[in-house]
Design a protein around this ligand. Structure first.
Ligand code: EPZ
Length: 427
């Protein structure tokens, strides 16, 4: 298994290109199942999860062709075409490796009137149920049964009728599945308390480009008037606001000055506010967002929340940034039940973090000491990289396959702004 080795102490200076958003790509790719015409996605990030989703689409009869990239994009161009579906089954051995596979449930139900998808099971950060996905689809007329670890969904008469569902808890994935199921329904579907993340806006905008009728995009109430068919489209994946926020934290902890090229301030206001609370200079530029810092981070108090609140996907990275700050910072993780697995690994580097239930208190220390550490999940592994960039001595981050799921060309991007970082392939 590959390892990333960092010799800390370098201030990050320069421009970091931000790739297309993983969590937008993973909900845009299944849209190809909704039409027999080609869907071309630009600025697609080169990530393990994106490749894995392409493999799943192929299993369903959807062809995927990589067409290089365009100069104005950092990512690749991929055309996906499901002329006819050869299967409506997403098998356990694929779904267990990539939970986002559950996002073929809605599109398969809409296109084929049926879907059989393995239950994704839990993951490191929580048990991640999908009950809200299923309840929303049932509200639109689907008949759902659970058997032998699989969800079997059927649209009576081959087409969802329409209906209304109010989410008791904001859920990104359930909103995405419900929207993709609704676009080809016979009637109108209404979702209340829907997730409003920018990735949902990207999904809705792509579906509208394919001929869908969606009102309320960007709000918590989505009204989808079903159409008989969708056509192909070409759509550019939004920039990854979480990748951008992660590199911003790296800039702050190393007292650097970086420009996050391609990042959109309007999609990450809570993140930028938190950076300013920590004392960073944050300003929009023509190309993206500049983040600069001198001195130690000020104490911050952050509680994760659905968008437009502070993103749970940014919690571990800000915690790493706070470890070298002054005073005590307070974190509350309200979304997932087990998202502090980076804490024991950060503690190996000399951080002072006390976790009590959903809250964590981080007391700033004068220095971190590089150490061998273990990545446990995607964002936790990024927090270890961030700490390693500022630690004295060498940090070896193991199990970097977690990182490769969500950060494209991480070591290249950091080397280009002065980090002493390399990947050691373990063959
Ligand atoms: C998406 O996961 C993201 N993944 C996650 O990013 C992100 O952390 C999360 O949204 C929250 O923003 C992708 O987009 C591929 P949820 P998702 O449904 O859709 C509960 C990363 O690091 N819930 O919004 O699975 C759930 O347990 C990943 O890039 C139910 O109870 O998240 C959680 O407590 C990690 N029943 C809360 O809702 C359901 O049916 C929010 O989960 C669904 C969710």
């Amino acid at each position: 298994m590959d390892q990333i080795v960092i010799r800390g102490g370098q201030r990050l200076k320069g421009r970091i290109p931000i790739s297309g958003a993983k969590n937008a790509a993973l909900t845009l790719l299944p849209c190809a199942l909704l039409t027999d015409e080609p869907l071309t996605l630009r600025n697609l990030p080169r990530l393990a999860d994106v490749d894995g989703f392409g493999h799943l689409l192929n299993q369903l009869g959807c062809s995927t062709t990589i067409e290089g990239s365009r100069p104005e994009d950092f990512g690749r161009v991929m055309t996906a075409r499901a002329t006819t579906l050869t299967s409506t089954v997403a098998p356990y051995d694929i779904v267990r490796k990539m939970r986002a596979s559950i996002l073929v449930l809605g599109p398969l139900l809409a296109r084929a009137g049926e879907a059989t998808v393995s239950l994704p099971g839990g993951c490191a950060i929580g048990n991640r149920p999908i009950d809200l996905h299923l309840k929303a689809l049932e509200a639109f007329g689907a008949e759902i049964e659970l058997a032998s670890g699989y969800v079997k969904a059927v649209a009576p008469g081959g087409r969802l009728a329409g209906g209304k569902f109010t989410f008791p808890v904001v859920s990104v994935g359930a909103t995405e599945n419900a929207v993709m199921a609704a676009v080809l329904a016979k009637g109108t579907c209404v979702l209340e308390n829907a997730a409003r993340e920018p990735e949902i806006v990207d999904l809705c905008n792509c579906l509208v480009a394919m001929g869908a009728h969606i009102e309320g995009i960007g709000t918590e109430t989505l009204t989808i008037e079903g159409v008989d068919r969708l056509h192909g489209a070409t759509y550019r994946v939004m920039a990854d606001r979480i990748e951008a926020g992660s590199y911003a934290c790296a800039a702050v902890i190393t007292e650097g000055d970086v420009e996050l090229v391609g990042a959109k301030a309007s999609e990450m206001e809570a993140t930028l506010a938190a950076l300013r609370e920590a004392g960073a200079t944050v300003e929009e530029t023509k190309a993206g967002i500049r983040v600069a810092m001198s001195g130690r981070a000020q104490p911050i108090t952050l509680s994760t929340a659905p968008y437009p609140g502070f993103a749970t996907d940014m919690q571990a990275q800000f915690m790493a940034m706070a470890t070298l700050g002054t005073g005590a910072s307070l974190f509350t993780e309200t979304i997932f039940e087990n998202r502090y697995m980076h804490v024991p690994e950060l503690a190996r580097m000399g951080c002072d973090i006390q976790v009590k239930g959903r809250t964590a208190v981080v007391r700033g220390v004068d220095k971190l000491i590089g150490a061998p550490v273990m990545a446990t999940d995607l964002r936790a592994s990024m927090s270890l990289i961030i700490a390693g960039l500022a630690a004295e001595g060498q940090t070896e981050v193991n199990r970097v396959y977690h990182l490769d799921r969500g950060y494209e060309r991480l070591e290249e991007k950091l080397q280009a702004v002065g980090a002493d970082i390399e990947r050691i392939s373990a063959g």
